[in-house]
Design a protein around this ligand. Structure first.
Ligand SMILES: Cc1cc2nc3c(=O)[nH]c(=O)nc-3n(C[C@H](O)[C@H](O)[C@H](O)COP(=O)(O)O)c2cc1C
Length: 394
């Protein structure tokens, strides 16, 4: 059966659920054009600012484990191109690619005038909407980004100011920061009440790069010194999942769709995670920075294979994991213990080192779980063959 990957996002039909996030893969006209030609359904421009800053060189690094990039880190600022330039490119792109979604990301400080000034540039350009960058984690010293995203009242008042400026011509989508936790639900609800049409999130999360243990210099440094940089890619997916699930809980996501990002890759788990937690579609950044635009082919194939295999459609996948997410107080109180299935156990002993309660004994060819088992679940989670299950205590 051929499954349909089309998605309706606020009246715009996306040809698939994969959109490029605001970042180097959307840094200028040529790059976005190349992405659309490769099959991306949409793009959010690199954040447009009123006075572009010079980028630091270098500014992007990677955190690897056993040769695999787990996270990337950067302290890149907004676009180096002017709003005038972006407005011209927006006109060209929307004419050349009328079937794609194009949003401009705008990025200013706590003064609403800066947001209104940027928003006005995009009126009449043909783009569908604006993403409001309330979330860059390394612009706080400029009074921008996540320092705004942590303040629900400020997010709401800036959203309202932009909405008043663009009226019904452009959709408005504030982009949230993980750093608003545990207020992500409140921020998103207040933005919607202030006129936002959709919610996006998450941006990168601030961290400090690794220190080289031999020369004690930061691995990512510019002329010897480093600074706070935003982490992206696989490592931030748990944070993204949390924010998206909380936003989905706080707003009517069928009416005000969620554009989710943070570690979306060609791994089917990352795609299903967000859709099943209520996302309308996905934004992708680091996967493309590290593997190129053509990764879209694998992403589409992996999603189609998954839908065919499970018999699901995008509509009956969206939000279906939400009933399984709740607050701690609502979790079940049944006493449980671990049980080993001997058919599946390969005697790797991994569970023994993960047990905090001395509950697992090993006698040459047998593992057994004793009455010390406290039901914590650590062994069950680490078992490579799923030989351990958690069962109701007798
Ligand atoms: C080098 C780099 C530059 C970025 N620049 C912006 C930006 O200008 N505006 C913005 O809202 N987000 C920016 N981001 C954040 C991404 O849009 C995205 O939210 C984040 O990387 C998480 O997605 P990912 O894990 O798929 O990379 C940037 C990310 C990277 C890695």
């Amino acid at each position: 059966m051929t499954k349909d990957l089309k998605v309706n996002f606020l009246g715009t039909e996306l040809i698939n659920p994969f959109v490029l996030a605001s970042a180097p893969p959307t840094k200028d006209y040529e790059t976005i054009k190349k992405a659309f030609e490769a099959g991306w359904a949409g793009a959010v421009t690199k954040s447009v600012v009123s006075s572009p800053l010079k980028d630091k060189q270098p500014r992007i690094g990677h955190i690897k484990y056993k040769g695999k990039v787990l996270a990337s880190q950067n302290y890149e600022m907004g676009s180096v191109y002017t709003p005038e330039q972006w407005a011209d490119w927006a006109v060209k792109l929307t004419k050349e690619f009328p079937d794609r979604m194009l949003y401009a990301s705008i990025f200013a400080d706590a003064n609403p005038d800066g947001w209104k000034y940027l928003a006005e540039y995009f009126l009449g350009t043909g783009i569908q909407g604006l993403e409001l960058n309330f979330s860059c984690p390394h612009s706080d010293h400029n009074g921008k980004g996540s320092i705004i995203g942590q303040n629900p009242d400020l997010c709401a008042s800036l959203t309202e100011a932009v909405k008043k400026t663009v009226g019904e011509e452009l959709k408005i989508m504030p982009k949230l920061t993980y750093l608003s936790h545990p207020n992500e639900g409140l921020v998103s609800r207040m933005c919607i009440e202030a006129g936002a049409d959709a919610i996006a999130g998450i941006n990168t999360i601030a961290g400090l790069c690794e220190i080289n243990p031999y020369n004690l210099k930061p691995r990512l440094n510019t002329g010897g010194k480093t600074t706070a940089g935003g982490l992206s890619y696989h490592m931030i997916r748990p944070f993204g999942r949390l924010v998206i699930s909380r936003v989905a809980d706080a707003i009517d996501w069928k009416k005000h769709p969620i554009s989710a990002m943070g570690g979306v890759s060609k791994d089917i788990g990352s795609i299903v995670d967000y859709l099943s937690l209520g996302a309308n579609h996905l934004q992708v950044c680091t996967e493309v920075m590290n593997n190129g635009f053509n990764v879209i082919d694998e992403m589409k194939k992996n999603l189609l294979d998954y839908l065919n295999e499970t018999g699901r459609t995008l509509d009956n996948l969206r939000g279906k994991a939400l009933p399984y997410v709740t607050v701690w107080n609502n979790l079940d109180e049944t006493d449980r213990v671990a049980r080993i299935s001997w058919d599946d156990c390969v005697l790797c002993e991994e569970c023994i080192s993960y047990c905090q309660y001395d509950a697992i004994q090993y006698n040459k060819e047998d593992l057994s779980i004793n009455e010390n088992c406290n039901g914590c679940g650590s062994c069950y989670s680490v078992c490579p063959t799923n030989a351990i299950t958690m069962v109701k205590k007798d």
